[in-house]
Design a protein around this ligand. Structure first.
Ligand code: PEP
Ligand code: MG
Length: 824
């Protein structure tokens, strides 16, 4: 019997369509396989999944593949290229509408029709509906009125009349890539041909379904664009486009002063924030890929070359979809919209036709692609408006991305040496920076407590974040200076500023020298309170730096560094190796190994997680670890093995309940039992206090831990409800907020006389806060390796270890600014 395959961007849609079709079958058994969505909730299509579905649905009689729109069609075509030739022979891609087509196809297949007939039936499935709704619905009169108002009467002289209307473009930058992408996306949803003409310039008509063509309209703010729709859904399509234009094509305009679209305002006016101390001066460098060199290759036959193009596009599509999910999570739909434009572009029929023509003309895939994309780029570059012209850069970027996928050329790299300017950097990018070439970082976005900023600090790269998008326009090579201590940024600074920065730099260096002189002595207040000063580590290199700077222990090892940027988790043996190397580099000092803190802004490719609306409030830290027991057990086995050799503390991240701790301790006990050597002598167990509930329940936790370590980065974000990576709320996320201080006090009180309280969040490195933390009862501070000596020095400057007056004043202050004023 003919099998059916449903290819859709949405799993829910596909499954619902299959249920609907099953209703019509009254028990007849038709094989219907679904290849829909990247997972249960993420939209997208995947050729490999379609191949599997085709194979599952085919019992030898052939299959009919029904698709929704856009890339579903391309992915299905690609899947056909990938299946066994016999299977391909009996498979039919069917142009029918998904829902109606599937219902009709299922009935036809159940009746024993071969694939060609099933497909033909499905294609005709709209006829009934078309016949039924042939009379113009009420909405049509709106179109007619509009047409009349514009002096462009709807053409009703033939069977499929053309409906026209004129829209005035209200977007500040005209119909540039993002709004155009939205228009294209929506236009593809209708069974209608929609054409656009710019009445002010005479450009067009162009199909509304082609991004590259729409851009050539050069439609600027205020221009009048004629929309003409023909086809069975012409009137709906036109109404839809009018509504879309009315909503300014859903563009969030960062510069608009009023209205619901002003939410992205922070991006236009950055407030630079200090993220990693130090001064850097040098030419501005940007992070971009050098253009891919297209190799001279002998082309294979046309189908082979075309398959290469489609495989590369599929790879890039997946990558863009992945980044889009992350961008939407971090910056909302407004930030993610540009990726829709990129997705549109790689599926653009005009562009792909050009590629196909080049291949047919005897070019190999990379050359065919690059020539076609150059043509589109040139079309953009010819548009008179400067802003639209600049969108040629988007075309170029996507073109290069596909070219890289085709040729295997290396990804992004830094061009030149100096101060790196980037929109935002992910932790892996900061970790990879060559510090001999990058002397400082300025990020347009970001926040001081993001993991990228923490890494910059641990790598001692002076950094300023949240500088605003304007900084991205600084031409490469321009002299730029930044002060990572104060957050100041200077573009093309004058002599005087350079002198001032130089002198600040000298002073900072002198202070560092002084601190370094005492780096290897204990940190004791003038009245004799000893405070352990440790280092936070994210690599063996950090451990070496920590030892060089006099760290007395590793107060936090972010073990997730072992898990990130790879395709499978590290083995137990691999982990043992690394933990041993850390211990060796640190001269055998205590290692506080935090079990992997994955999730939040640190997702893992090999732990597929459903998208979460609020990842920082979702499956993260201990929650994820307890859900991924095998991973946790492997890690605990490695930790226990090393604990027989060197003093080790195990620390569980993001604990919020006693049950979680009990569960995690139970896993640890099992790992110890498995080792069969009894409990390691120096093994200690503690939790990170990062969740306000845990801080408030410290009394209940205290009997079950050897130490508490306050993670002020997360504790602050959860206390003041300000996501740590979000620049628009970064100023709220101040760890000196008295609310956070009250929680630290709650922990210290519960721990008094029972166990140690450490602080390993970034507040621990704030020398101004050191007297307050010590007065609250904190007895261990764990900081970036480069800050160890300075923090020790700050402890030595404290007169009274138990300054109750200072505590009282800080806890009763109105806000962090007042607390800072009290601290002086
Ligand atoms: C913290 O949250 O303060 C902390 C030290 O952990 P991380 O920054 O790795 O989340
Ligand atoms: Mg944390």
């Amino acid at each position: 019997m003919t099998g059916l395959v449903v290819v859709s961007h949405s799993r829910a849609l596909a499954e619902a369509a299959v249920s609907l079709a099953a209703e019509m079958l009254h028990g007849s058994d038709v094989r219907i396989a679904v290849a829909a969505g990247l997972d249960a909730t993420t939209f997208g299509t995947d050729a490999t999944a379609i191949v599997k579905a085709i194979e599952a649905a085919d019992d030898g009689a052939g299959v009919v593949v029904l698709m929704d729109l856009g890339s579903a069609v391309l992915s299905a075509e690609m899947a056909l290229d990938m299946v066994d030739p016999d299977v391909r022979e009996r498979a039919v891609l069917c142009a029918a509408p998904l829902v109606e087509g599937l219902v009709v196809a299922a009935v036809a297949a159940a009746g024993g029709a071969p694939p060609s007939e099933v497909a033909a039936e499905a294609v005709g499935s709209l006829a009934a509906k078309q016949g039924h709704v042939a009379a113009p619905p009420p909405g049509l009169s709106i179109v007619a009125e509009l047409s009349a108002a514009n002096g462009l009467p709807a053409d009703t002289s033939n069977q499929t009349p053309t409906y026209t209307a004129v829209v005035k473009i209200a977007n500040r930058h005209g119909l540039h890539a993002r709004p155009a992408a939205r228009l294209v996306q929506e236009s593809r949803l209708f069974d209608a041909r929609i054409e656009l003409r710019n009445l002010d310039t005479g450009a067009g008509p162009v199909p509304a379904t082609s991004l590259s063509r729409v851009a050539t309209l050069g439609a600027l703010c205020g221009h009048r664009v004629e929309v003409a729709a023909t086809g069975s859904q012409a009137h709906e399509a036109l109404n839809h486009v009018l509504a879309l234009a009315d909503r300014r094509f859903d563009e969030q305009d960062p510069t608009s002063a009023a209205g619901p679209q002003s939410s992205a305002g922070h991006r236009a006016h950055g407030t630079p924030m200090p993220a990693s101390p130090g001064i850097a001066i040098g030419p501005a460098v940007s992070m971009r890929a050098a253009d891919v060199e297209i190799p001279d290759e002998v082309p294979g036959d046309s189908p082979t070359e075309w398959r290469r193009v489609r495989a590369a596009i599929a790879e890039v599509r997946r990558e863009i979809q992945r980044i889009r999910v992350a961008a939407a999570r971090e910056g909302g739909e407004g930030e993610a919209a540009i990726f829709d434009a990129h997705l549109m572009l790689i599926d653009d029929t005009d562009l792909l036709d050009k590629v196909r023509a080049h291949i047919a003309g005897g070019q190999a895939a990379p050359r065919a692609w690059i020539d076609a994309i150059a043509y589109v780029e040139a079309e953009f570059a010819c548009v008179s408006d400067e802003y639209l012209r600049a969108r040629a850069l988007d075309v170029h970027a996507v073109g290069q991305q596909v070219a890289r996928a085709l040729t295997g050329a290396p990804a992004i790299r830094i061009e030149g040496e100096g101060v790196l300017i980037a929109d935002d950097l992910v932790p892996a990018q900061v970790a990879d920076l060559d510090t001999s070439r990058v002397t400082g970082i300025i990020m347009a976005a970001g926040s001081p407590t993001s993991h990228s900023a923490i890494l910059a600090r641990s790598r001692a790269i002076p950094t300023v974040v949240a500088a605003g998008p304007a900084v991205l326009g600084v031409p490469p090579g321009t002299t730029i200076a930044l002060d990572g201590t104060t957050g100041r940024v200077f573009i093309d600074p004058g002599e005087e500023t350079l002198r001032e920065l130089d002198s600040a730099d000298q002073q900072a260096r002198a202070k560092t020298e002084l601190a370094r002189a005492g780096a290897f002595s204990p940190a004791v207040t003038r009245d004799g309170v000893e405070v352990l000063v440790g280092a936070n580590l994210g690599s063996v290199q950090d451990a070496r730096a920590a030892a060089d700077n006099g760290a007395e222990l590793a107060g936090l090892v972010r073990t997730e560094f072992l898990y990130l940027g790879r395709h499978q988790p590290p083995t137990t043996e691999e982990q043992i190796e690394v933990y041993r190397s850390l211990a060796d580099a640190l001269g055998g000092e205590r290692l506080t190994l935090r079990t992997f803190d994955i999730g939040g802004d640190k997702p893992l490719a090999y732990i597929p997680q459903p998208p979460e609306a609020n990842p920082f409030l979702g499956m993260r830290g201990i929650r994820l670890a307890l859900a991924q027991r095998d991973l946790l057990d492997d890690q605990l086995r490695a930790i226990v093995a090393v604990a027989y050799e060197t003093p080790v503390s195990v620390m569980f991240p993001m604990v919020s309940t006693i049950d979680e701790l009990a569960d995690a301790r139970h896993r640890l006990d099992s790992a110890i039992q498995l080792a069969g050597r009894g409990r390691p002598a120096g093994l200690q167990v503690g939790i990170m206090v990062e969740v306000p509930a845990a801080a408030l329940k410290a009394e209940a936790f205290a009997p079950h831990v050897d130490f508490f370590s306050v993670g002020t980065n997360d504790l602050t974000q959860y206390t003041v409800a300000a996501e740590r990576g979000n620049p628009s709320v970064a100023s709220l996320g101040d760890p000196l907020d008295p609310g956070v201080l009250h929680l630290i006090r709650s922990v210290c009180r519960a721990a008094e006389g029972r166990c140690l309280v450490a602080v390993c969040g970034e507040l621990a490195a704030d020398e101004a806060a050191t007297p307050l933390l010590v007065a609250l009862g904190v007895r261990e501070l764990s900081v970036a390796p480069s800050s160890v000596a300075a923090v020790k020095q700050a402890v030595r400057q404290i007169d009274r270890g138990a300054d109750t007056d200072l505590v009282h004043r800080a806890l009763t202050a109105a806000g962090p600014r007042d607390v800072r004023a009290i601290l002086g």
